[in-house]
Write a protein that binds this ligand. Structure first.
Ligand SMILES: Cc1cc2nc3c(=O)[nH]c(=O)nc-3n(C[C@H](O)[C@H](O)[C@H](O)COP(=O)(O)OP(=O)(O)OC[C@H]3O[C@@H](n4cnc5c(N)ncnc54)[C@H](O)[C@@H]3O)c2cc1C
Length: 349
């Protein structure tokens, strides 16, 4: 989708780190399970891109369209939602009236609040400690993730000799780690992260995030639609949040374009519900899959341990199951055998 709108080339021209392989561990010293793009004939498993560069490339692309006006850095002072059409007032006093207002304004969406759409929320008990580190040696076409009893640990190579490190932990442990000086924190990384990683040599930045799962009770109302984090946030352990938002945008754009070509009203709630029906269930499934992953790996209950071991062993063997897992993580539709395909189509909302 980014390639289609012309943003992907801009991202590649700025900064990105493609990866072909992903290694997953449970024990610090074991061999781990390797997922390789070659197994599904894909050139990459993914790209690590800074969020602000994705946003910058999209803004630059938008600004180049003659029929698009960009008003930032002016701020939104007020959003007045009305089913017949909403009014946006900027800090400069300029006002806009719109038949259809799209809320793509993130997890704290003001559009969502203005439209009176409620959220189902869950605050996870763990937090994410994130750091930008410098690294030395080791391959760079691979991302590393280890699942521990306390939560996952990841190291994601960035362009050059840098990597983004994410360490999920209980809030009190995150507070303790953040209070350490740079050398002590680097020691903690070296002691706790798998030995097979490149050597972590320096610390550039550190921070922390609390983690919340949100799901809007509706994505649409008459004259309003929510996309991305405004509609849903998920546990970031598999890096799927922004992909879900892109898929929302893709579906909503198609629904609106088809309606416009047929001369229909694009703010009609029945039409917008067509978008909601296509996205609510896949987003819900991805949210719950991430919860299952997080719960399944952070518990030492015997049946879960057995399931986990079976899962990782199966994933270690090249075969259809492993390929399906990789396709799912890439956001591609699974290649199911015909009877399952029919069942899935039948179950689609
Ligand atoms: C620790 C952590 C790690 C993550 N890692 C990954 C990952 O590896 N991969 C992945 O896919 N996702 C990841 N995510 C999730 C990802 O960041 C989000 O899903 C994604 O950024 C959502 O995009 P969005 O455009 O919907 O919202 P946002 O990225 O929040 O963008 C919303 C935009 O709206 C703007 N805005 C808001 N209000 C206003 C206003 N009133 N006026 C003007 N502008 C406004 C904001 O400034 C912002 O630019 C992670 C999240 C966390 C917390």
């Amino acid at each position: 989708m980014l390639a289609e709108i012309g943003a992907w080339d801009k991202i590649l021209a700025m900064r990105s780190a493609p990866f072909q392989r992903m290694q997953v561990w449970e024990q610090r010293q074991d061999q781990g399970t390797l997922f390789d793009a070659a197994e599904i004939d894909a050139p990459f498993l993914g790209h690590i891109v800074e969020n602000r560069l994705v946003q910058l490339a999209c803004l630059q692309t938008l600004a180049a369209y003659d029929n698009v006006s960009v008003f930032c850095p002016d701020k939104i002072a007020r959003i007045d939602y009305a089913a017949a059409g909403s009014t946006i007032t900027l800090a400069s006093g300029q006002q806009f009236h719109t038949a259809l207002l799209i809320g793509a304004d993130g997890a704290q969406s003001r559009v969502r609040s203005a439209a009176g759409i409620a959220l189902n929320s869950l605050q996870y008990s763990m937090q994410a400690l994130v750091a930008t580190v410098s690294i030395q040696g080791g391959p760079r076409d691979i991302t590393w993730q280890r699942f521990t009893r306390f939560g996952p640990q990841s190291l994601l190579p960035l362009p050059g000799d840098y990597a983004s490190l994410v360490w999920y932990q209980q809030p009190q442990e995150v507070r303790r780690l953040l209070a350490l000086d740079d050398d002590a924190l680097l020691d903690a990384f070296r002691q706790q992260f798998p030995r097979a990683l490149p050597e972590i040599t320096g610390l550039l930045q550190r921070g922390s995030f609390s983690l919340t799962r949100n799901h809007a009770q509706q994505y649409v109302r008459q004259g309003v639609a929510l996309v991305g984090d405004a509609a849903h946030t998920i546990h970031p352990l598999a890096g799927q949040g922004v992909n879900l938002g892109f898929q929302d945008v893709d579906v909503l754009a198609n629904v609106l374009l088809t309606a416009w070509q047929r001369g229909e009203n694009i703010n009609n709630v029945a039409l917008l519900q067509g978008y909601e029906r296509q996205r609510l269930w896949p987003n819900h499934v991805m949210q719950r899959s991430m919860d299952a992953f997080s719960y399944g790996f952070s518990n030492d209950i015997a049946p879960l341990k057995v399931l986990r071991n079976i899962g990782l062993r199966l994933a270690n063997h090249p075969g259809p199951l492993k390929r399906e897992v990789m396709r799912y993580a890439l956001g591609q539709p699974p290649k199911l055998p015909p009877p399952l395909q029919t069942l899935r189509d039948w179950l689609k909302p």
